[in-house]
Design a protein around this ligand. Structure first.
Ligand SMILES: NC(=O)c1ccc[n+]([C@@H]2O[C@H](COP(=O)([O-])OP(=O)(O)OC[C@H]3O[C@@H](n4cnc5c(N)ncnc54)[C@H](OP(=O)(O)O)[C@@H]3O)[C@@H](O)[C@H]2O)c1
Length: 249
């Protein structure tokens, strides 16, 4: 099956995974609206690829509601939301000069409250469509912690359990709830990550995601091969060894 003729909004598609999926979804015949804070990047991607765009800061409740109002007015057929926007930064609790609490609050606002605002704002629109999809974006780090990023790991664990929970509430509605669980991918999520050795190539990741999603659009989770090492560490009885391996460097 091909995911086509849908109207997709991806807040968090000015770069990285969101942009890679936006390009593939557009090529597959979907109407794709990309969102983000960097309006100059949105304008340039609209000019080069023909995307519709909406400026949105998911850390700002008023911005989310304004974006929703604009989208529903301009794209009443909107039936897929991919809550992609996220940030990640290292934290050092032992360094009094580090901005631990500031980083933690920013990540909670963007990675937890952002998706909650999006779900609250867009669910009525999605539920009004005959066949809609709500995709959340967690991480392999929801399942195995990376020592450098405690709050980030926690925000993604929240997304995992929240997604499982709303899937239960929305069972029997027209909204399919899908969780994308990326492994470490070469993007600009953290400085230098786009060329970091051992991280999955962005295009290879996006191609695998599209193949999995198209093969089973109702699958609860999209799990590329590389993330299964983290996703199933605990259930396969190798949690401690996987924590040690992940944090070895
Ligand atoms: N790359 C990985 O290794 C990896 C692994 C697991 C999970 N993930 C998750 O995948 C998602 C995408 O990350 P990425 O790796 O593609 O990183 P990225 O290239 O930095 O992309 C992040 C996107 O989120 C947007 N964004 C950030 N804060 C925002 C806000 N407050 N409001 C609206 N948009 C915001 C950015 O756009 P603007 O700057 O224009 O606002 C950008 O388009 C994130 O949720 C991340 O946690 C990534």
């Amino acid at each position: 099956m091909t995911i086509t003729a849908k109207t997709v909004f991806i807040p968090g598609a000015t770069s990285g995974i969101g942009l890679a999926l936006a390009l593939r979804l557009k090529d597959a015949g979907n109407t794709v609206v990309i969102g983000g804070r960097r309006t100059e990047v949105l304008a340039s991607l609209a000019a080069s690829h023909g995307f519709a765009t909406v400026a949105i800061d998911t850390a700002d409740p008023a911005s989310v509601l304004a974006a929703r109002d604009q989208l529903v007015a301009e794209h009443p057929s909107l039936d897929v939301l991919i809550a992609m926007a996220g940030i990640m930064a290292p934290e050092n609790l032992l360094d009094p000069a580090s901005a631990f609490l500031e980083i933690a609050e920013r990540e909670v606002n963007t990675n937890i409250l952002g998706p909650l605002r999006l779900v609250s704002a867009f669910l009525p629109q999605l539920a009004s469509r005959p066949d809609a999809t709500l995709m959340t974006v967690s991480s392999g780090l929801a399942h195995v912690p990376l020592a450098f990023t405690p709050t980030y790991n926690g925000t993604k664990a929240f997304i995992h359990r929240f997604t499982e929970s709303i899937r239960l509430q929305l069972a029997g509605t027209s909204v399919t709830v899908v969780e994308l669980v990326p492994p470490a991918v070469q993007t600009e999520l953290t400085p230098g990550q786009s060329t970091r050795e051992g991280y999955l190539d962005l295009d290879a990741f996006a191609d695998e995601v599209m193949a999995l999603w198209e093969a089973d659009p109702a699958a609860p989770e999209i799990l590329v091969e590389r993330v299964k090492f983290l996703r199933f560490a605990e259930v396969e009885g190798r949690f401690d060894a996987t924590v040690a391996a992940l944090n070895a460097h």
